[in-house]
Design a protein. Structure first.
Length: 141
């Protein structure tokens, strides 16, 4: 059974816009606890690993985030969603080389939506990078 959906970007953005940082932090901590519990039961859960990695990165737990991200990528090397989310997690940790590597894997595995990638704030570190521009070129009219 997949883990419940704990990463709700709209809620996080809304709480941030309202200045509710403590509420955001509480949601992150509850989400981490739920995902860690799920992973104790389903250690091969790549989706849960990539989600908890993102939360760890936001919390500044970069070593834990990198470990979980790399494990998720090993568990699902051909799953574009895992690779794309890995790129986003590496971005949170400001690891540009790893962002590009994970995003290249995501692209090779089917994540080729240039509009999404170009709008995604989790990939902002790559804008203007020649390799990123090659993978996700700007549309011309």
């Amino acid at each position: 059974m997949p883990p419940p959906r704990h990463r709700d970007p709209e809620l996080a953005v809304s709480l941030g816009a309202l200045g509710k940082e403590e509420a955001r932090r509480n949601i992150r901590h509850r989400s981490i606890q739920a995902l860690e519990g799920h992973l104790r039961q389903v250690p091969e859960g790549a989706r849960a690993r990539i989600l908890v990695a993102g939360f760890y990165a936001v919390e500044g737990r970069h070593e834990d985030a990198a470990r979980e991200t790399n494990l998720a990528m090993l568990l699902r090397p051909n799953e574009a969603m895992v690779q794309y989310n890995a790129a986003c997690t590496f971005h949170t940790m400001n690891r540009k080389a790893e962002v590009l590597e994970a995003l290249s894997k995501a692209w090779r595995n089917g994540s080729k939506d240039a509009d999404r990638a170009r709008r995604d704030p989790d990939l902002a570190i790559l804008r203007g990078n020649p390799e990123f521009e090659k993978l996700y070129p700007e549309k011309t009219l």
